[in-house]
Design a protein. Structure first.
Length: 136
């Protein structure tokens, strides 16, 4: 399976996460507009990325002749559901620049937690899931 699109999405997500961290370190309230714009960008990438995984990656793994590969794919898909829900809740709460500016400390804390979870997930996919998919 060709995973180049998934890897490209991962690179875009890493770049957005770095930009969000940079903006938070500079000043959340002052950069609320830029933070919100970057959140919209990362949100679009995540939604498209999840659709690609659901339509292509997970079905390819589920149909693998090796039952262990299929089981790993199902595990990853199940784990992603929890992270996708948490991310959706985060995005729904911080849905305007004004809301971000109004509570910079809580935004910063929640964003850090979310970015750490996304970063860990992407690294895990890069190390374990994508090599399996590429072997199909």
């Amino acid at each position: 399976m060709n995973t180049s699109r998934i890897k490209s999405d991962h690179d875009a997500l890493y770049a957005s996460m770095d930009e969000l961290r940079r903006l938070v370190q500079a000043d959340v309230a002052e950069n609320a507009g830029a933070l919100f714009a970057e959140l919209k960008k990362i949100d679009a990438t995540i939604k498209l990325h999840l659709a690609i995984e659901d339509r292509m990656l997970y079905p390819a793994l589920a149909n693998a002749s090796d039952p262990q590969v299929a089981a790993i794919g199902k595990r990853f898909q199940h784990e992603m559901g929890g992270l996708a829900t948490a991310y959706g809740d985060f995005a729904a709460h911080w849905n305007t620049a004004a809301r971000i500016a109004a509570d910079p400390r809580d935004f910063s804390r929640q964003l850090g937690t979310m970015l750490d979870a996304l970063h860990a997930r992407i690294q895990h996919e890069d190390r374990e899931l994508l090599p399996l998919a590429e072997s199909l």
